[in-house]
Write a protein that binds this ligand. Structure first.
Ligand code: HEM
Length: 413
């Protein structure tokens, strides 16, 4: 893997091309409350160079994407890439050679991929899909709105102009992962990850040109989506989801647990995270999460607006007679806690606050045994309906669009 530090990033030049003369004084110490002390011995690579991931981006992707953005070829490239959707399709012809070379390399599964663990992840998804999906939606989807770096990047980038469409996308990749054999020949996840990696590289190139983002960004230097940022979001996904599933006492075998972790390790690698930062075990993931995710949480005006849109998704609310915005707010508070609810100014429903606090646990157990009888167990039946649509909250646009075009602009508004 490439080891890139800030100095190398500057050499690569792509990310910063066109920003103008950047004084080195910009490169102050990174705003990490605690020094980077996570040991790479707990990583997939087993060792590392000790460089703080706040100072590392994705040089291979950043350079090639900066070049194609500067050359004005992206609209034509997006048309070609729209035809590439399935893992076993060859990389489409007609792309610039440097982009083809990048994709050919980026689409390779890591040598450490363990197919038996991916099969266990499939089995876990098949057995506990509704709860995993609900945790993706409310654990990861809403948690992203209290990660200011991510909320601001989303808000001021191109997709921020249509929040309704944009907000769900990070959680949707998680949901995409729940399809059977997502890394297999007929799956889509390898393509989705490589495209996402390219979209992120484009955002790194474009956002430093957005005046509103520059005004609020706290990154130092002001380049979004560092390896640290991706790890933060990564922990808002599998690490948080596993914590929630355990708290809800969803039955999880050791193989299922290892499978979920592994599918996310492979995903992190395909998203461009260096193996020296990818946790090898849940223990090292939990330790890294404390270091990177916990201090990254907080309120931001952008995140609060995004959360408000998330909880107001009209088609979902219209699909049932009993799901209301305050009910979704109550569930969010139940899953993410009072502090997050306060940050997001959530207006919850007192009755549902009580129902989730007292009946969610018994519901999870009854659901496992198929013991919920419509009419008799009225409240449990409503909860069954709830988990069916809760996951849809993030999928109501018809699933993850596989085009994932490389953006050429920021949010124009
Ligand atoms: C785009 C997933 C981390 C900011 C995307 C897309 C996906 C995705 C699937 C493509 C959506 C589309 O263009 O239609 C993920 C996953 C992450 C992650 C799974 C980590 C595990 C981050 C982080 C940030 C971020 C850390 C910011 C700090 C963005 C932005 C876009 C994007 C700004 C483009 C928005 C646009 O212009 O439409 N991400 N992301 N992502 N992501 Fe991420």
């Amino acid at each position: 893997m490439d080891n890139l530090n800030r100095r190398d990033a500057l050499k690569a030049g792509g990310v910063l091309a066109g920003i103008g003369a950047l004084s080195l004084s910009l490169f102050t110490a990174p705003p990490r409350a605690q020094a980077w002390n996570w040991s790479a011995s707990g990583s997939i690579a087993g060792s590392g160079d000790g460089v703080d991931p706040m100072t590392v981006w994705d040089p291979a992707a950043d350079q090639v994407i900066a070049e194609i953005l500067e050359s004005g070829q992206v609209p034509a490239i997006n048309k070609i890439l729209a035809t590439w959707t399935t893992n076993n399709q060859p990389t489409p012809s007609g792309l610039p050679p440097n982009l083809t070379a990048f994709i050919e390399q980026a689409r390779q599964l890591p040598a450490w991929t363990d197919q038996s663990k991916l099969t266990a992840a499939d089995d876990f998804n098949a057995k506990q899909g509704p709860f995993i999906g609900t945790a993706y939606g409310f654990g990861a989807g809403l948690l992203a709105t209290v990660i200011p770096h991510e909320s601001r990047a989303v808000y001021y980038s191109k997709g921020g102009a249509d929040l309704q469409d944009r907000i769900a996308k990070t959680a949707k990749l998680g949901y995409d992962l729940m399809a059977q054999q997502p890394f297999g020949p007929n799956g889509h996840l390898i393509v989705t990850c490589v495209k996402t990696r390219m979209v992120h590289a484009a955002v790194r190139h474009l956002l430093p040109r957005s005046a509103p983002w520059l005004q609020v960004a706290t990154e130092s230097p002001k380049i979004p989506i560092s390896q640290n940022d991706i790890l933060v979001t990564w922990h808002s996904l599998p690490t948080t989801i596993m914590q929630k599933l355990k708290a809800w006492k969803v039955p999880i075998t050791d193989a299922h647990s290892a499978g979920l972790l592994h599918s996310w390790q492979v995903t992190a690698h395909l998203l461009g995270v260096q193996d020296q930062y990818i946790p090898a075990t849940w223990d090292s993931a939990n330790a890294q999460s404390k270091l990177v995710l916990d201090p990254a949480l907080g309120p931001s005006p952008e995140g609060t607006k995004i959360a408000d849109h998330l909880l107001t998704i009209g088609p979902v609310l219209a699909a049932t007679s009993f799901i209301t915005k305050p009910m979704l707010a109550s569930f969010t508070k139940f899953v993410l806690g009072n502090q997050v609810a306060k940050w997001l100014n959530l207006k919850t429903d007192g009755i549902w606050d009580g129902i989730f606090a007292t009946l969610w646990g018994p519901f999870v157990q009854l659901y496992q045994f198929g013991k919920i009888v419509p009419g008799v167990d009225a409240i449990y039946f409503q909860l069954t309906e709830f988990i069916k649509v809760a996951a849809l909250l993030y999928l109501n646009n018809g699933g993850l669009k596989l085009e994932l075009p490389i953006p050429t602009t920021n949010n124009p508004s």
